[in-house]
Design a protein around this ligand. Structure first.
Ligand code: SER
Length: 987
């Protein structure tokens, strides 16, 4: 994540002792004292987390900051970041100047997740994965002086911290910050420490973004802390250094630069402020607690874990949260919280990316639960308590409580099924390692634990570390390579960077005119090859054209990009095969078919209309489906993925159970009803609050600006009302038809529906009809063929039950006059298929019975064949030509003969559907006497022009020449007799 510091959850703390009680003395300075400060005396009472949240909001609202909601844990619009790791993440576009903030001063209490130090959670007093970050922000408004003034004011007059104990650090060359600290806070030089880039430079979050020097506030907790501190070098105990005496509680970042993906710094158009204070850490500090796990809210979680220990342990013993047990308690508390908040935000346990991080967290928690004697799923049992505690501030925990519980439980159960075995294997591997005396734990073994038993690598590393071993990561990586290749679906344009010498300014971004037009006169702004600007594109070259305005929709919101042509007056022709969007510019990707294009040229940009129409039908159908699913299955349905292509639509949503076929039919019928109703589809752009007020459905994890486009279908959007930038039909009737192809699960806890709209549905039904009619014909013809052979009278009731009589219309368009006809046609096709399957089943049964009768007859011949068998030494050789039959019957024949005699060799030949077959068998006594069927069959096979093999007791061979089967058998008899040392006369 680049060169940056983290204000929370980062500093290593080795303090393991319980709280050192020391009360801060009352404030001695009055700098910046404000009459509005609330009646909270930190020194006189304990601070609850809720008090701190409230104080933060009140104070900064008093300073004209707009209180904005916490963004979700999935960073919207930043693929380089897995999670929201700081308050500023949702504001990256504001700092970059790409979007306009609703207010130039803002505050948030942001849900954050940082997992880089996962293995430390539980071990230290202050590491958390999930935490809340208090932040105040300026987007081109105030800068260093105000930020410092407010931090000081809030620390002294609201948090009531002792001014004498506050120390700060600043970036080494930031004289300005030093001066402001002296002037605004009257801080003496000895309490201002200058540190280098690794300590006092923050950002960017992700691959690129705002960054700058920072200044951190520390509280000196007193020399007595050093008595318990386990830091390695007490002389280094200083702000920014090791040790627990100076505790950082606030980081002020002075954003001055934008760092690009290559690491280059560019001055920001407007400077800004981004501050962050970890809420839990601040609470611990204000209450003189060492540990973030001992705050009021966490204490409730610990209590619940204690209760659960009594419920879940086999012996019913209640385990107390104490110095001895705190590691597993802390792990459980932190991990249950992280997983619950993630699931509430739509991040579900899975095998890749975010999902895998959550899976790791859950699995690690279950490993630690064992240390408390808990072997049953426990995290989902904590989710109710968490919803109680945090629900008031984070309603999503309450709203999705059932979902959180269900997903946690199923993930826990899933892992617990293999954990026991996995740990057994682990012990085994560990012994093996100890015996070999190597400090390296095998990468192959780690891979097996991962692949077969679901042990995240980090968990194995942690287990290995406890046993004093390191895991051979190189080897593990090698084994992972293949899996990773499969997992990584390199999105082609995800990482596309516009060249820095793009001959246009950011404000000139492409105007999209494609909602209303399918062709437009446009001017070429730039032409690129890959990520490089070029002067022109010549015939035969692949490239990218950027226009000032375009009717081409760029892939987004699940809808694929448009295709079409750019044609110049001079015969220039650029074939657009895809359209993507990067930073407001539309990239027309394709090939120069004729002539040349260069910046300044005017072109006629025209999309492929039919393809777009198909895209629109599928997109509008997706909206109707989304709404119907919510109506039929419940409000928990949240879109988790969507693909709108011209050929079909794919819709993923949060729902854990399979949808029964009858339910699916209902869903399909409801969408068709909405289509048949021919309702108007309208789009409008309005302020986000208004859109939300109207009840428009937003896509989960999507980031929206202050103005949003909503698409409504039906009167007052009763058929659908969604936030959407995509292209839609003007009337639901234009969708034509809708048909669900299949329903399946794309991964843990989600369902996926694939469906067709319009022409694609029509085409599908046409293909179905053709196929069904062809199968019906083929079946009836087959019946005819066997009828005479089976001796069934045409017209008899047996005959009737075998004929397929269902008739489908010759064409789908004849049957489908409106969307309401889809269900009846689908039903007719289904009935025909069912009738076909039933008739096929009956016919096959009759044919099978006939075959059985034939094979019965053959098997009846075993006794007489045995009677005709010839002695060969102590054994007997049975040779039989079985005529027409199959391999299975032959084998049964042989088995039966073996059951009836001892020292028997069975040499069989037959004509089968697959050609002539020789099957030779010998029982154990015969093999012991020297019989070798493998050898015999190979030589006999030569007669029928084939080959084969097997074992001494059984072998078989196929061939080409069935006529020669008797000769082959004869030769085999002679050969086997020779094997047995007996010159038997051949049969
Ligand atoms: N972004 C900075 C941090 O995370 C300040 O909020 O520390």
């Amino acid at each position: 994540m680049g060169a940056k510091k983290k204000s929370t959850a980062k500093k290593k703390s080795k303090v393991q002792t319980s709280g050192v009680v020391r009360k801060a003395s009352a404030s001695k300075t009055s700098t910046g004292a404000r009459p509005t400060s609330p009646d909270t005396t930190a020194t006189a009472r304990s601070w609850r987390l809720a008090d701190i949240r409230r104080a933060w909001i009140e104070y900064f609202e008093g300073q004209k900051h707009l209180h904005l909601p916490s963004a979700g844990l999935i960073p919207a619009g930043d693929p380089t970041l897995l999670f929201t790791t700081a308050g500023m993440v949702q504001f990256k576009p504001y700092f970059a100047g790409a979007e306009t903030p609703p207010s130039r001063r803002a505050i948030t209490i942001q849900k954050c997740l940082r997992t880089t130090d996962l293995e430390n959670v539980g071990k230290t007093a202050r590491h958390l994965t999930f935490f809340e970050m208090l932040g105040n922000f300026s987007f081109g408004d105030y800068f260093k002086r105000e930020a410092i003034r407010m931090a000081w004011d809030f620390s002294l007059n609201w948090l009531k911290l002792d001014a004498e104990r506050i120390h700060v650090t600043v970036f080494e060359s930031d004289d300005e910050a030093v001066q402001i600290w002296r002037e605004e806070a009257g801080l003496p030089a000895e309490r201002i420490t200058r540190l280098g880039k690794s300590d006092n430079w923050w950002g960017p979050a992700g691959d690129s973004g705002a960054c700058g020097p920072c200044s951190e506030l520390y509280l000196d907790r007193g020399a007595q802390i050093c008595e318990h501190c386990t830091c390695s070098d007490k002389s280094k105990c200083a702000p920014g250094g090791e040790g627990d005496r100076y505790m950082e509680y606030w980081n002020l970042v002075f954003n001055q630069f934008h760092q690009d993906a290559a690491g280059k710094l560019h001055p920001l158009p407007m400077t800004g402020i981004d501050t962050g204070a970890g809420l839990e850490r601040m609470a611990a500090l204000l209450n003189d607690l060492d540990s973030v796990f001992d705050t009021d809210e966490m204490a409730l979680v610990m209590k619940r874990i204690e209760e659960l220990s009594a419920e879940l342990r086999a012996d019913g013993q209640r385990i107390a949260y104490s110095a001895k047990t705190r590691e597993p308690f802390r792990v459980l508390a932190d991990h249950a919280r992280a997983a619950s908040f993630c699931i509430a935000d739509g991040i579900y346990p899975g095998n890749t990316g975010r999902g895998y991080v959550i899976r790791r967290i859950i699995r690690r928690a279950l490993l630690f639960a064992r240390e408390l004697g808990i072997f049953a799923p426990i995290l989902h049992r904590l989710s109710g308590e968490l919803a109680q505690i945090y629900g008031a501030f984070y309603p999503e925990l309450k709203e999705r409580a059932a979902e959180i519980e269900r997903r946690l439980r199923s993930e826990e159960e899933r892992f617990l099924r293999t954990l026991e075995h996995g740990l057994g294997k682990w012990d085994e591997y560990l012994k093996e390692r100890r015996a070999s005396n190597s400090p390296l734990f095998s990468g192959d073994r780690a891979f097996t634990l991962y692949d077969t038993f679901g042990f995240p690598l980090e968990m194995t590393i942690e287990l290995a570390a406890r046993a004093g071993l390191t895991v051979d990561l190189e080897r593990f990586e090698m084994r992972m390579e293949e899996q990773r290749l499969r997992a990584s679906q390199a999105a082609r344009f995800k990482d596309f960077t516009l060249p820095s010498d793009l001959p246009v300014r950011a404000e000139q971004a492409t105007t999209f005119v494609g909602y209303d037009l399918d062709a437009a006169q446009s001017t070429v702004l730039a032409v690129l090859q890959g990520e490089t600007t070029v002067a022109s594109l010549q015939e035969g070259q692949n490239g990218i054209v950027i226009l000032d305005r375009t009717p081409f929709y760029a892939e987004g919101g699940g809808q694929l990009g448009d295709r079409g042509q750019l044609s110049g007056t001079d015969g220039a022709l650029f074939e657009v095969s895809d359209t993507q969007k990067v930073g407001g510019f539309y990239l027309h990707i394709g090939e120069m078919k004729a002539g040349t294009l260069q910046p300044g040229f005017v072109v006629e940009a025209a999309i492929e209309r039919e393809r777009r129409d198909a895209l629109m039908r599928h997109h509008s159908a997706t909206h109707l489906l989304n709404q119907v699913l919510r109506q039929k299955l419940g409000d928990h349905i949240v879109q988790t993925g969507s693909l709108v292509s011209p050929d079909y639509l794919r819709f993923d949503f949060s729902h854990s159970e399979r949808i029964e076929p009858a339910r699916l039919q209902e869903i399909e019928a409801a969408v068709n009803e909405a289509i048949a109703g021919a309702a108007a589809v309208q789009a409008e752009v309005l302020p986000i609050e208004e859109a939300r007020k109207k009840g428009a459905v937003a896509t989960f994890g999507e980031k929206y600006g202050s103005q949003v486009r909503i698409v409504s279908m039906g009167a007052r959007g009763d058929l659908s009302l969604e936030f959407c930038g995509g292209c839609h039909v003007r009337n639901t009737g234009d969708i034509g038809f809708f048909h669900i192809l299949r329903e399946a699960s794309p991964g843990a806890g989600n369902r996926r529906i694939e469906a067709l709209a319009g022409e694609k549905a029509l085409q599908f039904f046409q293909d179905e009809i053709i196929e069904c009619n062809a199968q019906t014909q083929a079946h009836n013809a087959r019946l005819q063929l066997h009828a005479s052979e089976l001796g069934i009278d045409a017209g008899s009731s047996e005959w009737q039950s075998l004929v397929v009589t269902a008739r489908l219309p010759a064409t789908a368009s004849a049957a489908l006059k409106s969307a309401a006809d889809v269900a009846p046609l689908a039903r007719r096709i289904e009935e025909t298929r069912a009738q076909l399957a039933e008739a096929d089943r009956r016919l096959n049964k009759i044919l099978r019975e006939r075959k059985q009768a034939q094979s019965g007859q053959l098997l009846e011949q075993v006794d007489s064949a045995l009677e005709h068998s010839m002695p060969a030494g102590a054994c007997r050789i049975l040779s039989h030509f079985a005529g027409e039959t199959d391999a299975e019957t032959l084998r049964k024949f042989g088995d039966r003969a073996k059951e009836k005699a001892r020292g028997i060799i069975v040499l069989l030949g037959a004509r089968t559907e697959k050609g002539p077959l020789l099957l030779f068998m010998a029982d154990r006594a015969a093999v012991e006497a020297g019989a070798d069927m493998s050898l015999a069959v190979r030589q006999a096979a030569a007669h029928i022009g084939g080959g084969g093999g097997g074992k001494p007791e059984m072998a078989q061979a196929g061939g080409k020449n069935a006529e020669a089967l008797p000769a082959a058998l004869q030769a085999a008899v002679a050969l086997v007799a020779k094997q047995l040392g007996s010159a038997t006369r051949s049969a």
